[in-house]
Write a protein that binds this ligand. Structure first.
Ligand SMILES: [Zn+2]
Length: 105
């Protein structure tokens, strides 16, 4: 009989999903459920491709996390100041997000 711990380990290894932390609520989640924000030469912007080079941080696609992030945790995570111009872009993106996801976590 195979020890159950060994079997669980095998299954865990088989399906590795990259995990990232939402800087709004600090929840750790699969990368694809989060929106990447990247610090580039041009400033801080939303990286919808998820592939832009630069220091990145992640936020849920829901408004409450963005509000918290834009109040300070995002700038902290990116180790930069977010300019008024960048903030405007980020707020515009936030405006397209739902208030709260109906799906309970
Ligand atoms: Zn969040």
């Amino acid at each position: 009989m195979v020890p159950i711990g060994e079997m669980i380990g095998k299954y865990r290894k088989r399906k590795h999903v990259p995990q990232r932390t939402c800087v709004g609520c600090r929840q750790v989640l699969p990368k694809r459920t989060l929106v990447r924000i990247v610090r580039t030469q041009e400033g801080v912007l939303v990286d919808q491709s998820g592939k832009k080079p630069g220091r990145g941080a992640y936020l849920h696609d829901r408004r409450s996390c963005w509000e918290r992030g834009l109040k300070g945790t995002l700038a902290h995570a990116l180790k930069t100041e977010i300019t008024a111009k960048d903030l405007e872009e980020l707020l515009a993106f936030m405006g397209t997000l739902p208030d709260e996801t109906s799906a309970s976590e």
